[in-house]
Every structure is written in structure tokens, then in C-alpha cells.
Design a protein around this ligand. Structure first.
Ligand code: FE2
Length: 187
């Protein structure tokens, strides 16, 4: 096991994260367009810039270790409702008469709530990924951790701050979305 072997193994781990950040850029761009909450749009815009800086920090480490940042896009963690809930409602609707009032369709508020939960799950998974990467960097022999760890820590701190912002706003978001969900039950 040479120093080059170690470096290449660590580049593999870094590229796993890099692929997740590639996918995160697409996801954040999509969420900026679709969320009805201007404050979230703005915070997502900030996090898009942070995510691009995170990619730059990762590339810096990857190049230093003699690797190339990947173009691949990871499959981000998802929150898929079971067939018995929203998806089933949407499928049922496709076989219904067009005169039906679409009462069983998921409401835009339900979909937004689902997507906000997904946003948070993605941030949680990034936090876990960077924490694991830092733990690994500390244990892999011969890595220049004085340079690598502060860069990874910077990325981790931005993910923690994004997740905290979302958690802090969760009750406000539920306050805005839930009344329409409840009134749709009554009607
Ligand atoms: Fe993130």
C-alpha cells in the first residue's frame, strides 16, 4: 500500500461527496423555482453559492491528491410516500373522469411540505457524509490533514447552518401550509 494508493482511495471518498454536491446544485436550482416561500428561495440562493464553493474546496483537495473531480451525479436521499398516500391519489386520479373535482389529488401545500422535508433530509445526509469524511481523513495514513480537514470542516459548517435554518423555519412553514391541507379535508 503506497501513499498514491491511499491518496486515490481518499479521492474516491471525496468524489462520492462531489457527486452528491453535483446533484445538490440541480436540486437547489429546481427548489428555487418551485417553492412559494420567498425567504426559502433566498436562503436556497445563498446555499447554491455555498454549494459551488464546497465543490471548489473538494476539487482543491482532489487535485492536490492527484485525482480529478467527477462529473457524476449521485442519487440524493428521497422521502417517498407509500403508495397508500399521495402517489396512490395521483394515480387514481388519472383513471377518473375529467369532470371529477380532483379532491384526491395531493394539494400543492402537501407537495411543498413533502419537498421541504426532502430538503432537510438532504442537508442531514450531507452533514453525516462530511462528518464521516473528516473521521476517515484523520485515520488515513499520510494525508495532509492540516490542509484537508479545515476545508472539509468549512463545508460541514455550511451544511449545519443550512439545516439549522430549515429546522428553525419549520414551524412557520407548517403554520402556512397546514390550514389549506385541513380545509381541503372539510370540503
Ligand atoms: Fe447542502
Amino acid at each position: 500500500m503506497t501513499k498514491t494508493d491511499i491518496n486515490f482511495k481518499f479521492v474516491e471518498f471525496l468524489n462520492e461527496v462531489y457527486a452528491a454536491e453535483n446533484a445538490a446544485v440541480d436540486r437547489i436550482n429546481l427548489r428555487i423555482k418551485e417553492t412559494p416561500f420567498p425567504e426559502l428561495q433566498q436562503r436556497l440562493g445563498q446555499h447554491l453559492q455555498e454549494t459551488i464553493s464546497q465543490q471548489n474546496r473538494l476539487s482543491q483537495i482532489i487535485f492536490k491528491l492527484g485525482g480529478e473531480p467527477t462529473d457524476a451525479k449521485a442519487h440524493l436521499p428521497e422521502l417517498k410516500p407509500p403508495m397508500t398516500t399521495m402517489l396512490k391519489k395521483a394515480i387514481q386520479d388519472t383513471v377518473k373522469s375529467i369532470t371529477d373535482e380532483n379532491k384526491n389529488n395531493p394539494l400543492p401545500e402537501e407537495l411543498e411540505l413533502l419537498r421541504i422535508k426532502q430538503d432537510m433530509i438532504i442537508e442531514y445526509s450531507e452533514i453525516v457524509t462530511y462528518r464521516a469524511l473528516i473521521e476517515m481523513a484523520q485515520r488515513m495514513p499520510g494525508l495532509d490533514i492540516d490542509i484537508i480537514i479545515p476545508l472539509l470542516k468549512h463545508n460541514l459548517d455550511e451544511e449545519i447552518s443550512m439545516e439549522k435554518w430549515c429546522s428553525d423555519k419549520l414551524s412557520l412553514v407548517v403554520d402556512k401550509l397546514l390550514p389549506n391541507i385541513i380545509s381541503a379535508i372539510k370540503n
